[in-house]
Design a protein around this ligand. Sequence first.
Ligand SMILES: [Zn+2]
Length: 509
Amino acid sequence: MTRKRWILILVICFSLLSSMIAAAAEGRFVKVIAYDVNIRSGASTEEGVIGHADYGDQFEVVTSENGWYQVQLGKGQSGWIHASLVKEGGRFATSNPVIDVAQSKVESLNVRGGASTSFEIVTTIQPGTTYPVLQQNADWVQIRLPDDRTGWVSKQYVTMSEGKAKPNAQAEQERATVLSDSVNIRADNSQSAPILGTLKLGDLVQVIEEGADWTKIDWQGKEAYVKAQYLKLPGKPSPVKDTLPPSNEQSDVTLTLQDATNLRSGPGTNFALLETGAAGASYPVTGKSGNWLEVTMKNGHTAWIAGWLPNVSGDLSKLPERGQSLDGVLHGKTIVLDAGHGGYDVGAVGRDTGVYEKDLTLSLTTLLANKLTSTGARVVLTRSDDTFVTLDDRVQISKREDCDIFVSLHFNTNANPNLSGTMTFYYNEDGKDHDLANRIQTQLVKNLGLPDLGTRFGDYYVLRENPRPAVLIETDFLTNSGDEQKAKDPNVQDKAAEAVFQALVDYLK
Ligand SMILES: [Zn+2]
């Protein structure tokens, strides 16, 4: 190599190097756009979680690859965040404003769907909790609510401040999760011991000692007790009664298909098609209804086959009768299905993959609608695509259709990523809503196999303002990794839709 060429290479290297240094000095930043985001040790969800970030946190970018950002955590440490959970930009404003309701001015403050008093009230908030600010104009400020919805409040009733306390990311790993609202903390391990305080769903407590009935916890530096059934200990399955595995009842009767045959969700041709069995396939028969036979599929779920189609071996007369045929139960019934969120209101954001609640509610709603319409029901959707529909418009559809049932479908969030499970909400304690919610909750827990967090009173607009029987389902938690995976799985979605379908049929029978 000639000397001239060496010099040329050196010059090129130097100019490359100096432009790299300039780029590094400028700095790239990302801002977190979801709650409880995992920071991992590598660029994959398989990598260990080394910390958490929250909405509005920002980090300097070290590098990015394959949909992940490596970010600076301080003290020379770095970690990886999935790209869907952050927004890249220049340096963002260094603090994240938050609002609190001004105690002296108002006891509870209306949160509205838009920036004027003509918009519907989404919820109300009380002093004592801060809410992150998303945007503002002269008189109104848009905030993010704990359930991940957004809303607007009038500036004259709030105080604004900078920044917020960050949750302690490390400690949450070793603490137990509270599985119910209003759980009493007692001074001793007895129901008659004095109550020191109460815990709510998703709270974290430090466990001192596990017991069969009572768990000893640390409560404000002192020993206290909580009923063990209300706590999920870290690394252990939920104590809440887990669902029964698919029935394993032995059957002496089996059937063999002569031709490809439809397996349906109920005893009638108007029930949803679950799968088509191949000629020659055999199934254990577990029950009958009229001319239809109930069988167990390979996945453990039950299905129905028209009794005149297969070859049957065994004594049909011994089979339990599953009650009257469901044909016609849904005929003439109007069911309004309300896929939560939509359009710019994405709803909750999945912890690991950043999946939007609005997309999951729409696919679940579509599956459920198919099952209902194929069984003869008239189904009206509040939205059938990715558009924004106000809460009031959703209720107006329920009123206009004078529907028999209104079902709002959602996925849940909680600040505690350990919290997993299914909940169903109703508004009218004494009306039919409670009964309907119980039926749906029972079927969902059975089909999804997630912790049963129960049915609850829920002060939701679509329930409160709704004159028709109405329930709101929180299928599972998108802030929990396992729940998020289930929520995205089409097979699990079908199980959830089937559960709600069965419950509606039971309710309308
Ligand atoms: Zn929702």
